[in-house]
Design a protein around this ligand. Sequence first.
Ligand SMILES: [Zn+2]
Length: 201
Amino acid sequence: MRAGQAHIAVSQGGGGYGDPLTRDPQSVAADVTAGSVTAERAELDYGVALTEGAAGQWTADIDGTESLRQALRRERLGGRRPAGPCAGPDPRTRPFSLAIRIDDEGTTSCARCGAVVAEGGQDAYARLVVRDAPVSSVAPWSAAYPGSTRFVIRRLYCPACAAQVDVQVARRGDPLLRTAEPLRLDRQPGSLGGMRSVTVW
Ligand SMILES: [Zn+2]
């Protein structure tokens, strides 16, 4: 760079961890009050219904948030009614990722609703609901770069309850990236067995 030139970089928030619809609504409201999340994105991404109080303080409307989140889950499933959360994890399963549990046979199930995603040996990814959105829907600044339209934000959901299982950045039309591969437990003596994980789900 030469004197008088400027380099300007604009970035949005990071990817986060887990399904945004499970984040504590009051934490989201605090982020809006602090100015790190807009009220619009709080509704769209976190499903939090907000009330603005005096002096720019935002609070979450808990009932409104619950119905907004239910509507967003239904939208994820293309209008189907989503299953509710289960009472607790099946003791025969263990965590495979934040969203998916697995048993000794390699059967994967949803951590939120308990629905079986795929039997051992079946392709769990093929069972998930896949939704592609333009990159500009989460990164508005990218709209200034024509090449960005070649890419999509790809979200994968539990087909029963619409819990978010994975988020990927992909080229439009690319096949699904299988980032983790559940396997049957290898019962060979001395083997640790379990799963082969390419990257963590
Ligand atoms: Zn589920």
